[in-house]
Structures are given as structure tokens and as C-alpha cells.
Design a protein. Structure first.
Length: 273
């Protein structure tokens, strides 16, 4: 495979990457601020390019989407994530959920059947899976709520990812089956210095709680932001303050070492991968 620039990837190169087993997942912990425990992880896609090394999704997902390969790559992601979660079950992390990003092009009227099939193949119980949808997919099309509801009924959780940067119809927010709002990191980054970001974050937290949803703040990088989020009643956080996304074995070792949120915030984070 030639070392093309990211913008030049072709669909054929990406299809080959899947076939050659060059896709990998990284796992970033989600920490509950009430218990101080790691209560989940988000699975994040990487491409181990033979010449360029490990590439983040921003460098190849746009081509995956535009070339129509997202369903194929998304199927690999969900299958691999569910198998990994099943392999972690003997470690008895409870409560624990694995959050998997799902793109708009993977969602349709048969979404529930597809997800159930992947869970069955991986022999994983639905309660360990959280599906992350961007705001526009989560709230945009009420015709899809039925397929989400079927999965909710068997225990799958749903998160609206990057909340605040898309367009949400508040009418749909009322009746969609979303369990978690993930506040976009662009608001979280400014929370300690920008009063407007603080207002937005606090308001989103109140909105979520009023609708019986939990809040995860993404992109938490400093102890000051963590304190403000805790004061605002945010349930859970994710960010480089705790750890960067890691390979599965490093993640399991990280959970084993974890002694609670207050004791860990000043320790160095895991190495970036
Ligand atoms: P996302 O779902 O919002 O994931 C969070 C992104 O923020 C990840 O970037 C993560 O590494 C990064 N992040 C986490 N904590 C911090 C922090 O404290 N500071 C900063 N600056 N960044 C932080 P990543 O892994 O590069 O993924 C980027 C995006 O690519 C994801 O954003 C998601 O939209 C998409 N993506 C990743 N994996 C998949 C996948 O398997 N399927 C689909 N459809 N999309 C994916
Ligand atoms: Mg996400
Ligand atoms: Mg996000
Ligand atoms: Mg994001």
C-alpha cells in the first residue's frame, strides 16, 4: 500500500485495510463522579497503516463515509467491540458499559435486528452496550425511534454524542429513547475560563436531568474543569486528565490500578496511542 496523503485515500485502499486486519480499537475510560469508579469505556477506531503508523479516525473516516464503506467498517467496529467486551466479562467490572460510535449511514429501519445479531454472534448481553449517535441521528428522525426503542427494551443504552454542536429539535428530545447526553468537548474545554461555556454546560446538565438522562462530559483535561463539572452535577467524565484511548490490554491494566477519581487526577495519564 502506498503512503498516500490522508485526503487521497481511495475506497479500495480502505477496503483493503479492513481485509488485511489493519483496523484496531482503542478504549478510553468513562469515570463516574458519584462513585469515583470507571463505569465504562468508549471504543475508538484507529487504522494501523503499514507505512504511516497508527492513524486517528479524523484522517480516514471522511473517505470511509464518502466512499460508502461505513456500514462495512462500522460492522467490524461493533463486532470487535462486543467481542472485546465479552472477553472482559470475567474481570467482573460492574457496572460497566462499552460505548460504540455508530454513524448515520449504519442506521435504518432494521438497525435493531442488525445490533441484536452482532450481540448474539459475540455472545454478549445487551446491557453492556451503549450506542453513541450524533445529535442529528439521535434526535433527527422520529421514524427511527421505534428501532432504538426495541434495543432499549433489551437493555442497550443510547448516547447523543457531541451534544451542543449539532441541531436538536427539542420536540424530539422529549420522546427519543436517548439515555445519555455527551456534552461536546468544545464547551468542556472552556468551562474554567469562559462564563458562557459554564452556563451552557450547566444548562445542558439541567436539561438532561429534567428529561431523566445522564450526562457525560467529554474532553476533560484539567482538575479545575473536573471540579466545575462535579459542582454542576455532571454524572460522568471522559478525558485526557484520566487517560488517552488505549489498547485493550492497557485498558484492563488501567482499570486494575484505578483507585478512584480523587486519588488519580494528579497522576500522569497513560501513553497516547
Ligand atoms: P467522539 O466520539 O466524540 O470521541 C471522542 C474523541 O475525543 C476521541 O478522538 C478522543 O480521543 C478525543 N478525546 C477524548 N478525551 C479528550 C481530551 O481530554 N482532549 C481532547 N483534545 N480530545 C479528547 P478520536 O479517537 O480521534 O475520534 C474522533 C471522532 O471520530 C470520534 O469523536 C467519533 O466521532 C469518530 N469515531 C471514532 N471511532 C469511530 C467509530 O468506530 N465509528 C464511527 N462512526 N466514528 C468513530
Ligand atoms: Mg463518541
Ligand atoms: Mg463525542
Ligand atoms: Mg467528538
Amino acid at each position: 500500500m502506498s503512503a498516500s496523503q490522508p485526503s487521497e485515500w481511495t475506497a479500495a485502499q480502505l477496503a483493503q485495510a479492513v481485509k488485511r486486519g489493519q483496523l484496531e480499537l482503542r478504549y478510553q475510560p468513562i469515570v463516574d463522579l458519584r462513585s469515583g469508579q470507571i463505569v465504562g469505556a468508549e471504543a475508538l477506531l484507529r487504522w494501523r497503516h503499514p507505512a504511516l503508523g497508527l492513524l486517528p479516525p479524523g484522517q480516514f473516516l471522511p473517505v470511509v463515509e464518502s466512499s460508502g464503506l461505513m456500514p462495512k467498517i462500522g460492522a467490524w467496529v461493533l463486532g470487535a467491540a462486543c467481542r472485546q467486551m465479552r472477553d472482559w466479562l470475567p474481570l467482573q467490572w460492574r457496572p460497566f458499559r462499552l460505548a460504540v460510535n455508530v454513524s448515520a449511514s449504519q442506521v435504518g429501519p432494521d438497525f435493531d435486528k442488525w445490533v441484536k445479531g452482532v450481540l448474539a454472534n459475540a455472545q454478549l448481553s445487551a446491557e453492556y452496550l451503549e450506542i453513541e449517535l450524533t445529535e442529528s441521528v439521535a434526535f433527527g428522525d422520529p421514524a427511527l425511534f421505534a428501532t432504538f426503542d426495541i434495543l432499549r427494551d433489551i437493555g442497550v443504552r443510547f448516547a447523543a454524542d457531541d451534544f451542543g454542536i449539532g441541531y436538536s429539535c427539542l420536540q424530539h428530545l422529549k420522546c427519543c429513547p436517548i439515555t445519555t447526553l455527551k456534552i461536546d468537548q468544545s464547551f468542556v474545554a472552556g468551562i474554567a475560563d469562559d462564563a458562557r461555556d459554564r452556563t451552557i454546560v450547566r444548562t445542558v446538565i439541567q436539561l438532561a436531568h429534567g428529561l431523566d438522562m445522564e450526562v457525560v462530559a467529554e474532553g476533560v483535561e484539567t482538575a479545575a474543569s473536573l471540579d466545575l463539572l462535579r459542582q454542576a452535577g455532571c454524572e460522568a467524565v471522559q478525558g485526557f486528565l484520566f487517560a488517552k484511548p488505549m489498547p485493550a490490554a492497557a485498558f484492563a491494566a488501567f482499570v486494575k490500578r484505578w483507585r478512584g477519581v480523587t486519588m488519580n487526577v494528579n497522576e500522569p495519564t497513560a501513553t497516547c496511542c
